[in-house]
Design a binder for this molecule. Sequence first.
Ligand code: PFF
Length: 459
Amino acid sequence: MTDGSDMYQPELERAPARGIWGSRVGFILAATGSAIGLGNIWKFPYITGVYGGGAFVLVYLISVVIVGLPLMIAELMIGRHSKKNPVGAFKTLHHPRSPWQLTGWLGVLSGFVILSFYSVVAGWAMAYIFKSAAGFSGTAEQIQGEYGALVADPALSILWHTIFMVLCIGIVAGGVQRGIERWSKILMPTLFAILLGLMAYGLFWTDGGARAMNFLFKPDFSKLSAEAALSALGHAFFTLSLGMGAMLTYGSYMRRDESITRDAITVSVLDTVIALIAGIAIYALVFNFDTDPAAGPGLIFQTLPVLFAETGPWISVPFFILLTFAALTSGISLLEVVVSYFIDERRWGRIKSTLILGTAIYLFGLLSAVAALTVPFRGKQQGFFDIFDFISTNYMLPIGGFLTCLFAAWVMKKASMISEFGSGGIMFKGLVFVLRFVTPVAVLLVLLHGLELLPFMEY
Ligand code: PFF
């Protein structure tokens, strides 16, 4: 039997565009960088508010454990075993005309759609670096109003969207590993420290701490609508970068001597902890200033600046720089999924693929950058930003994750899985059982519930 390292070396020489992580921590940092992003600091707190708090958080935590973690292990296995982009991976592990490659296609499409609106929010984070440097002043309402003004100004939103996409394109075109690995080591711990500081401030120096803990951790199931449960599951996918092949792609650059399970647990735990800390920090302030927890996407750009007006730019400028960095390490992983398809399958060069696809995503993102453009969707006029966010998070990622899970559990060869997992013992059997019966059933139930198609429920 050949061992894996014999297999990939010649392949690497033939395809020099395919990278490999420089070190063991390199993968962890890049994967954590992909997972931790706007999803944790911007989206988790605001959707928790929209969906009413504790019960939503509980469904989200359960989703991370029974759906997110097994699926992350499955994606990493598929990626590392095939050493391919999401489309190529399913072809390699099944056969060249396999219908499973549609799962990969869906992933590439999700990367395209998600990055197009993700870049708009990342742009707001960048704009807030400069707003913070100038200092926030005035009444709480005036400070909060600045966000509305930014979003409503298409020229400004487009400007920042452009800058963020240029950064993503520049990094992905240049090859990600070295720069990102090195910077992640400094910036991710700093982000963690700043968030911890903000959480401590919120808990111990404001009057909102206790209410924030109640809001987040005391479930009130009467508030758990079908849409909330669907969104909690969708968010587990979004925040862990699952269901669209990002972890699969990063896994394809992974060394064979690393434990996939241990790395998947590390990434999931770090991601969840950061989201909870951000949630506590932000809700302590929301309740302290008596603002509306269900404020929506503007929450972080409206409540934190009110506090920052008191602390000054020393905290706010680093905060928004780090938020931008967190968004950047996620943005490049989204772009990398799309680009890796064209490198592997179409034999395009890295620079050509990045430039062409990056520009296409940028142009598509203009729809989301212009808030005034609205169309009827689910019974009301909505902007493209909300529509793309809703469809990709709640349908594309769960469907992609569902199919990936079925593939790993029922189609991928057991021997291939065992070679990636490290052993075929009880842990492996447990994983296969969960991937076969628990994860897909959970995803399917929630998807059908969201579509109001469950036969035993009343809608
Ligand atoms: N996980 C990222 C976040 O929480 O911000 C967003 C994301 C990145 C989603 C990469 C999907 C993905 F493939």
